[in-house]
Write a protein that binds this ligand. Structure first.
Ligand SMILES: Nc1nc2c(c(=O)[nH]1)N[C@H]1C(S)=C(S)[C@@H](COP(=O)(O)OP(=O)(O)OC[C@H]3O[C@@H](n4cnc5c(N)ncnc54)[C@H](O)[C@@H]3O)O[C@H]1N2
Ligand code: MOO
Length: 404
């Protein structure tokens, strides 16, 4: 099968997945990062009453007409209103309430003065005002934040922590959201050992599973983590045909190249899945394989740790983004100036790891092989090197894919 280019591969994958429209109800704190499946309409005026923005005194501003430093106007303070109280007392001329920040402004009052601007005698309850106040000075109106019936957030928005605070401010504790895709991660290879288990001769620890599960978590999806499976096509076929029903997409790693134990080709045949493509014109991650079984995508990434990450970022993310109505964010591409160098020539379109900051992309000068993982620490980007580039030099301009 001929190697196809990356853009073609993405197009084919996107043609084979649909945005997921299943809805569930979530407690607001669990809704972070989900797509809202309903318009949120304000059930109340917020704030629900006129309220004071200051600790001070409230009265009718007409009673302050003519007040100056030299000729203060005197009020009698008849009561105190605290946040959480609600005063029904009526106010006579030249009477005032003491009021605290957030407390409802009683009927008959239309302004608030802060306590630092007045003189007040606690014993006699006499208040002196030294200036005129305007109507509704220091006055927060009922509904000034939101009016009852107003659309607050539209269906289709991705819920952020700001939305969640607004929901809470309206007394809304449950919201309808679109379900996120159920993504299974299966790593293949008889050499794979789970961290925590003893490492036998010839074996290695399974890192792909952990990279991908934690990357999904970072992107807001709880991936389904399967124990690694050895290179036995029948066992893997049976497992996938049983598990695929519970998933929206299966991502596998390893077993896609041309070796005798690269079993995914047999598995796909046994499953009677439709092969969409095998091998794309990039490095690393060339032998990636994509197939569909019962309308579920099986995306089989290269086993090498960096190759599987490149495959995931370039192919997996657009797919998951479409399935999740864009709640799983795509990577973004930006220009960067190379700091450091990459001395290998690239006949194919190549992707290497780097750290991007303020327009510069810092390359580590060793450990670029697709089997090395430690040099991924501290990296937030993949650098694209065009085919036919002899080497990358300090100061070169490159395309940078931000993978955070
Ligand atoms: N004769 C050829 N050999 C290879 C070719 C080729 O074109 N002709 N392509 C090479 C390229 S490029 C890659 S990439 C690898 C891809 O191989 P697979 O995707 O089939 O992956 P595996 O063979 O299963 O593993 C490759 C490598 O990665 C290690 N690995 C696998 N899974 C994990 C894991 N979960 N955690 C950590 N490390 C993992 C595995 O032990 C191997 O070392 O094929 C080349 N060969
Ligand atoms: O292309 Mo492999 O995908 O070199 O790691």
């Amino acid at each position: 099968m001929e190697q196809i280019n990356l853009e073609n591969a993405i197009e084919i994958l996107l043609e084979n997945v649909k945005p997921l429209k299943e809805i569930e109800e979530k407690y607001i704190l669990d809704s972070l990062g989900f797509v809202l499946a309903e318009d949120i309409i304000s059930p109340l005026n917020n704030p629900p009453f006129n309220r004071s923005p200051l600790d001070g005194f409230t009265f009718n501003n007409l009673d302050t007409l003519g007040a100056t430093k030299e000729n203060p106007i005197t009020f009698k303070v008849i009561s105190e209103v605290f946040a959480g109280d609600f005063s029904k007392e009526t106010l006579n001329p030249k009477e005032a309430f003491r009021i605290m920040t957030g407390a409802p402004i009683p009927n008959g009052c239309n302004c608030v003065i802060k306590q630092e601007e007045v003189s007040f005698d606690e014993n006699t309850k006499v208040l002196e005002i030294y200036r005129e106040l305007k109507p509704f000075e220091n006055f927060c109106f009922l509904g000034e934040d939101l009016k009852v019936g107003e659309i607050v957030v539209k269906k289709g928005e991705v819920i952020t922590y700001n939305h969640i605070g607004v929901f809470a401010s309206l007394g809304i504790n449950l919201v309808k959201v679109f379900k996120k895709p159920k993504v299974g991660i299966l790593s293949l290879g008889s050499e794979l050992t789970m961290p925590g288990e003893p490492l036998k001769e010839g074996k290695i620890f399974n890192s792909n599973l952990f990279t991908l599960i934690s990357k999904l978590k970072y992107l807001g999806v709880e991936g389904i983590m399967y124990p690694p499976m050895s290179d036995d096509p029948l066992t893997v076929t049976n497992f996938i045909s049983k598990e695929l029903k519970n998933l929206d997409i299966l991502i596998t790693t390893g077993g896609v190249s041309v070796g005798k134990k690269d079993i995914m080709h047999d598995v796909i045949r046994e499953l009677e899945a439709k092969r969409l493509f095998w091998k794309i014109n990039i490095q690393p991650g060339t032998p990636v394989l994509a197939s569909v079984k019962d309308e579920k995508l099986i995306l089989s990434l290269s086993g090498n740790p960096f190759a599987s990450l490149v495959n995931f970022e370039l192919l997996g993310r657009p797919v998951l983004s479409k399935m999740s109505l864009n709640s799983i964010k795509e990577t973004s591409t930006i220009d960067g100036i190379v700091r450091g160098e990459f001395s290998k020539s690239s006949s194919k379109r190549r992707f290497i790891r780097g750290y991007f900051k303020n327009g510069e992309i810092f390359l580590n000068n060793n450990k670029h092989s697709s089997g090395t993982i430690s040099s991924l620490i501290g990296k937030n980007a993949i650098v694209e090197i065009a085919p036919g580039t002899p080497q990358l030099k300090d100061g070169d301009k490159v395309k940078v894919i931000l993978i955070d």
